[in-house]
Ligand binder design. Structure first.
Ligand code: EPU
Length: 460
């Protein structure tokens, strides 16, 4: 048996939850067979959504290519549309964004379209420049800790914005003379806060100096987008970014950087299921850190012109991993890696240093037969680039443990993907509920599983 529902139907305008959304149902997975074949990755979720917001800053149309068909993109599209931006789907994963009709949106509309996304906060800078005000509802995103927005609000205040906290959300307003450049030091190299500063500083009057910036490849790609629009941004050593504000920006034409999180996820699926997966569109430079760990864990890979082939190189081996900001090992890579490490001979440790609650998903893996112990305070660890924070946790994974089918509920995007590959690696049948969350970041997910030979049904 194979899928009852294909991604063609899953891709209906279904971002709202509801019974009509097939991803709101459950996956019944019959595991125990390797995933083999080829999948393609498109533009990165964590760039495409930000580049779409950047289009608001242009005086002319923008064109974004390789846009992934994921629900986070649908949410940003809806938010742009309620703000008067015309978004046209040109086919072949190309979106055209025309900001010429941009208007202020009603709070209720923003709230209704924001869904579970945290992206609305990145609308603040562009809207403050365009309309002098912005509203943000309570923010969603994956349930992986508190995910505060203090760095964002402090940065916006530094640009001269007034921030008012209301029961329904946050209202921001720009001074009559507009936002001005600022000297900002982030307490931690936050991806979102760095993007906030970039999207605000490019049109602020004067120069902005950002210290402690995040330097993920998706941020460099956003800088490339903004430079195409007319921005002047220079990147200096030691996480310093200078932005010289300009009076106006134009639209861009840009192909989004590939989704290295999705590529790493399929690589771990090959490792966990003893499969052989070619990930079309994956590129080596942005994945160097992942590839090192993949190899140390017993994985083998071939770099080709058009992608990377992932498989086992022999028995899986335990590794010691610490998640970190770029160029460290990404927090989004640890969940699928942990599934593979349950099959390694020996004791692995994965230290989560970015989010405060990103190892909860391991409980369900234990239910499937894994031996994972979470240390909620983390471990004392050697020196690293970023100072230790109070929120760390660590997982100790002892393997190999055969996995068996179980009934599990998806907790968040990456945790949910991990459950699916654990179920595919396990002997017997698993029920994975709440799989709609996976559509936030994995496009054509059912079709890709089918292409790789997975045995599953989608049922109510
Ligand atoms: N933080 C604060 N205050 C802030 C902002 C962040 O304390 O104002 C803390 C967070 O609580 C967290 C740390 O800083 O402990 C890092 O957060 P960051 O701002 O870097 O994360 P983000 O921008 O909210 C993006 C991705 C995440 C990815 C992280 C780290 C998007 C939409 N999300 O989140 O992606 O894990 O960067 O690389 O770009 C995912 O794809 O599954 C995902 C969660």
């Amino acid at each position: 048996m194979n899928t009852l529902v294909s991604d063609a139907s899953a891709a209906q305008p279904s971002d709202s939850s509801g019974d009509s959304d097939p991803m709101g149902r459950m996956l019944v997975i019959r595991g125990g067979r390797p995933l083999t074949g080829r999948v393609e990755v498109k533009g990165a979720k964590n760039l495409a959504t930000k580049a779409m917001v950047a289009a608001l800053l242009g005086e002319t149309e923008s064109v974004l290519r390789d846009v992934p068909d994921i629900s986070d993109v649908h949410v940003v599209r809806s938010l742009l549309e309620v703000h008067g931006v015309t978004v046209t789907d040109e086919g072949d994963d190309v979106l055209r964004l025309d900001p010429s009709g941009a208007v202020s949106a009603h709070f209720e509309e923003i709230d209704a379209h924001a869904g579970a996304s945290r992206i609305p906060i990145l609308f603040c800078g562009p809207l403050l420049h365009l309309l002098g005000q912005a509203f943000i509802p309570d923010l969603g995103g994956c349930r992986i800790g508190d995910r505060p927005i203090d760095f964002h609000l402090d940065a916006l205040r530094a640009f001269g914005a007034t921030v008012e906290k209301l029961p329904s959300g946050i209202r921001l307003s720009a001074p009559a003379e507009g936002l001005h450049g600022a000297d900002i030091t982030l307490p931690y190299p936050s991806v979102g806060a760095t993007e906030q500063v970039l999207l605000t500083a490019v049109r602020a009057k004067g120069t902005t100096e950002l210290r402690g910036a995040a330097i993920e490849p998706e941020i460099m790609d956003l800088i490339a987008v903004l430079q195409k629009m007319g921005a002047i941004i220079s990147y200096e050593p030691n996480r310093v970014i200078f932005i010289e504000g300009v009076d106006s920006l134009r639209g861009y034409d840009h192909r989004a950087i590939f989704d290295r999180n999705e590529a790493a996820s399929w690589a771990c699926a090959a490792l966990a299921t003893d499969g052989d997966i070619f990930v079309g569109g994956a590129k080596q430079p942005e994945m160097l850190t992942f590839l090192n760990v993949f190899r140390k864990a017993g994985g083998d890979f071939d770099i080709a012109e058009d992608g990377i082939r992932f498989r086992r190189g022999g028995a899986l081996k335990p590794v010691v991993v610490e998640t970190d900001v770029h160029p460290g090992f990404m927090t989004d890579w640890q969940q699928p890696l942990i599934v593979a490490l349950t099959q390694a001979e020996g004791v692995s440790t994965v230290h989560e240093t970015v989010y405060e609650n990103r190892l909860g998903f391991t409980q369900a893996l234990n239910k499937m037969g894994a031996d994972i112990v979470v240390h909620p305070e983390g471990f004392a660890s050697p020196e690293r680039r970023v100072a230790r924070r109070a929120l760390e946790q660590a997982a100790v994974i002892t393997g190999p443990t055969p996995l068996h089918g179980a009934d599990v509920v998806v907790p968040d995007l990456r945790g949910g993907y991990s459950y699916v590959i654990a179920a595919l690696a396990a002997e017997g049948t698993s029920h994975v509920r709440g799989v709609e969350i996976i559509r936030r970041g994995y496009e054509k997910f059912f079709d890709k599983l089918t292409a790789l030979g997975a045995d599953f049904d989608v049922v109510d």
